[in-house]
Design a protein around this ligand. Structure first.
Ligand code: PMP
Length: 350
């Protein structure tokens, strides 16, 4: 065997959902928005001065940061930007989790967390959710090297009250607590206000879901100035110009269009409630969702078989063949028409 093979990094990577490209596909498998981005994004793109692309982008991102301060109770020094929240989270793990004690996160949660731990050799422990897939906050009141909470959780969609999140932060003031709020805009309450009360809190959000901009890869973190400075130092030891100029301009335009944002979010919430009610009539039990997806099971139907059947009908949902959740399907909420097509297909399944 070639000796160099011993020196190659081996890692089991995170596996994202499929991105099928065929026509007439109903894509409900990666929690994207079914709606186009704000029309103001179209305007920015059509008027964009392409000659500016010869220059490096601003690594301060002033326009985007200023737009975010209009939407959130933070100042520009309390914002960190990255290429999607995956990059922001990866940099947070690298920056904040440098203890010998284990980082804690639930047994069922976003499956990228353990990949980053493996990548950086961070010890971690999975804490069991209860039988209804809820957090048991007391389980996090013990020595640890940091905590990651996804709220609402993924892939379960279950939301944790802000008062419970605050209890976890208060019991863990010696470590950094990350709250991943990728899905917070679909009915939850953000923890962002708490960054002024707790200097060990990092709140992470994304443009990929409620802002219909998964394709531009913009995510951000809110935290105290001190934590943001530490994140910037690590990022600048890796790649200074993470956010390209186009993404910055597009994201800033989107942030300013609050009416369109609210309209899309409200349509998704309405379609979610309709879908849950229809599934219930068909014998499905769906966890209470405050996300743009639902997690559903049916005692009489194999989740894996239903997943394959739906795929044969060009309807893509997500199936995880993992302990505790192998009889559930995660279904992204699409347009009302797409959800009607899904229900129709399930009715025809036998
Ligand atoms: N956090 C959670 C819980 C997610 O489900 C996702 C989407 N896969 C992300 C973060 C990352 O999203 P993005 O990198 O598109 O911002």
């Amino acid at each position: 065997m070639q000796k160099w093979k011993e020196n190659i990094r081996k890692i089991d990577p995170y596996v994202p959902g499929e991105q099928p490209t065929g026509k007439d596909i109903i894509k409900l498998n990666t929690n994207e928005s079914p709606y186009a981005p704000s029309p103001s994004v179209k305007k920015v793109l059509s008027e964009y001065d392409y000659t500016g692309l010869r220059l490096y982008p601003s690594f301060v991102c002033p326009e985007l940061k200023s737009a975010l301060t209009e939407n959130y109770p933070v100042n520009e020094r309390e914002i960190f930007l990255g290429n999607g929240s995956d990059e922001v989270l990866a940099l947070c793990f690298m920056t904040f989790f440098n203890s010998d004690k284990p980082v804690l996160f639930p047994d069922i949660t976003y499956s990228f967390y353990d990949v980053w731990c493996s990548l950086y050799n961070i010890p971690y422990e999975r804490v069991s959710l209860d039988s209804s897939f809820r957090f048991v906050k007391e389980d996090y009141y013990r020595e640890n090297g940091g905590i990651v909470i996804t709220n609402p959780n993924a892939p379960t969609s279950v939301y944790m009250e802000l008062s419970d999140i605050e209890d976890i932060i208060r019991h863990n003031e010696d470590v950094i607590v990350i709250v991943d709020e990728a899905y917070i805009d679909f009915g939850g309450k953000s923890a962002v206000d708490l960054i002024h009360k707790y200097d060990n809190l990092v709140v992470v959000q994304t443009y990929s879901k409620s802002r219909s901009l998964a394709g531009i890869r913009v995510g951000y973190a809110f935290a105290s100035e001190e934590l943001i400075n530490s994140l910037e130092a690590v990022k600048n030891s890796f790649n200074s110009y993470t956010l390209n100029s186009l993404s910055q301009a597009v994201a800033a335009a989107s942030a300013k269009d609050k009416d369109y944002f609210n309209e899309c979010v409200n349509k998704i919430i309405a379609a979610r409630e309709w879908t849950v009610a229809e599934l219930s009539k068909l014998g499905f039990e769906t966890l209470p969702s405050k996300a743009n997806f639902i997690f559903t099971t049916n005692r009489n139907i194999s989740a894996e078989k239903l997943f394959n059947y739906l795929k044969s009908k060009n309807i893509y949902v997500r199936y995880f063949n993992k302990p505790r959740i192998s009889e559930y399907l995660r279904i992204t909420i699409g347009t009302q028409e797409q959800m009607e097509a899904l229900i129709k297909a399930i009715k025809e399944y036998n």
